[in-house]
Write a protein that binds this ligand. Sequence first.
Ligand code: FMN
Length: 363
Amino acid sequence: MSKLFSPVRVGAIGLSHRVVLAPLTRMRANLPGNVPGELMAAYYGQRASDGGLLITEAIFISATGNGGYGSPGIVTDAQVAGWRKIVDAVHAKGARIVLQLWHVGRQSHVELQPDGRAPVAPSAIQAEVRALLPSGPVTGSMPRAIELWEIPGLVGEYRSAAECARKAGFDGVEIHGANGYLIDQFLQDNSNQRTDAYGGSVENRVRFLLEVVEAVTSVWGSDRVGVRIGPSNRFGGMADSAPEVTFPYVAQALSRFGLAYLHVIEPRVTGNVSDDDQPPVAAGLLRPLFGGPVIAAGGFDATGADAILEKGDADLVAFGRHFLANPDLPERLRLSLPLNAYDRTTFYYGGDKGYADYPAYRA
Ligand SMILES: Cc1cc2nc3c(=O)[nH]c(=O)nc-3n(C[C@H](O)[C@H](O)[C@H](O)COP(=O)(O)O)c2cc1C
């Protein structure tokens, strides 16, 4: 039988198969308040399978961390209560769910920021990035470089959000270090031109991530914390001058924490678009350096997933677009059933259509 359907552990979390729901921003939170509601509970509940792992969409950790008007947060009591219902729906089906902690940094817009202030970033470098407003996607606003004295407060926002995630009953958290958001902006050198202890050398650029990991593991314990990175990512205007140096260093630096997992977006995919012209910093290179379980994501189907598991380059595989369109994806892969096609026009915003109305194979 396919290795996809053999049991595995990620830290403290035991799973009976290796088909993971990738984090997928869908912009369906209730407004005002950015509170997850019934529709979101239905969507996540449909994708829960016995012994499976779901990773939530990116969830903002503070008011300055938000990059989209329909994104959910994990800050207020109402948001915690909304997530609690989703966690309960997922647990009722025997699945596990971890929350993706998200601060967008410069991928925001003054209209989304408290008092219309500039978004924060490691450096004041604007990029062709996308902020999602009610009027549609727009270029992010010019960010301001965060002051050195503000960094502990920013790390503290991750800590408080991690505490809220515990209150909501999640099984763990994933730190979003990919896709050109705040942590990635520190890691990659085209968005980080700081001259203090957080910029310059790779040791310095990784410092912010490691401080966030310290803070979040102090709340959860290392074995319930994962980190997602996108070494070959160009989404959000990202480029590192030497990803083949930066990201192996990141994997090695993370290895000392004994984390639940490292989640690696494979080189083929940038954000949500396939891309073939990327340097090969892939899961297989990073796995021995990290020394713990690795989840690979990006352009996988059943054959590709089997191949990477068999090769030993990853331990689990996360599926994004196929899982979005196939609520029963693990079963479909296990039985080689045909897949629903995904509808790109309903990826973001809206209601039930293209969200919780994709049919299961067996009603
Ligand atoms: C609609 C959509 C929303 C996404 N939102 C997120 C997100 O919130 N956090 C994240 O880390 N990646 C996000 N991604 C990237 C996916 O997690 C995944 O890496 C990407 O879709 C490639 O996997 P796939 O080929 O299986 O779809 C998103 C992708 C799509 C298509």
